[in-house]
Write a protein that binds this ligand. Structure first.
Ligand SMILES: [Zn+2]
Length: 151
């Protein structure tokens, strides 16, 4: 799943539920639930295996995905203002939503080999419902509409 969907889900969960003790773990868990829905995203594991590195094109996709995710996260957080605490905590929700992918980044982009990452990458790789690009993007737009509907 694209990070912008994960970030939006995490942020909206934090915004709607309120209590950090409850919503941050839920935002984190939402990551694994969302990945089981049909989606498309760049296949970093496959690229890394085939070419030993992530292509420039894919880096662009990841960069813009994260940039839009950041924008959407800040947008949701801004709705909590003037409650600054809540706004910050919504941003934490966004990060909790992308955390499982975020901790994998040193492996994919910096070639860092950390033992627990291998298991996490394997686990995450096994829990994806990847569909062709057009459908995968269309589904994710639908998820965004549903998420913002709940906001
Ligand atoms: Zn993931």
């Amino acid at each position: 799943m694209l990070e912008l969907v994960h970030a939006t889900a995490g942020g909206i969960i934090a915004y709607k539920i309120g209590s950090p003790l409850l919503s941050l773990p839920l935002a984190f868990l939402s990551h694994f639930v969302l990945d089981t829905l049909p989606h498309w995203n760049p296949n970093l594991s496959r690229e890394k295996k085939k070419q030993g590195r992530i292509s420039t094109k894919t880096m662009f996709v990841v960069f813009f995905d994260c940039l839009i995710g950041l924008f959407l996260g800040l947008k949701i957080a801004s709705l909590a203002l003037p409650d600054v605490n809540k706004a910050i905590f919504v941003i934490f929700g966004c990060f909790a939503g992308i955390l499982p992918d975020l901790v994998e980044a040193p492996y994919f982009f910096l070639n860092k080999k950390i033992f627990f990452l291998k298991n996490l990458i394997k686990f995450q790789g096994g829990h994806q419902w990847n569909v062709p690009f057009v459908w995968g993007i269309a589904f994710q737009l639908l998820y965004l509409f549903v998420l913002f509907y709940f906001l």
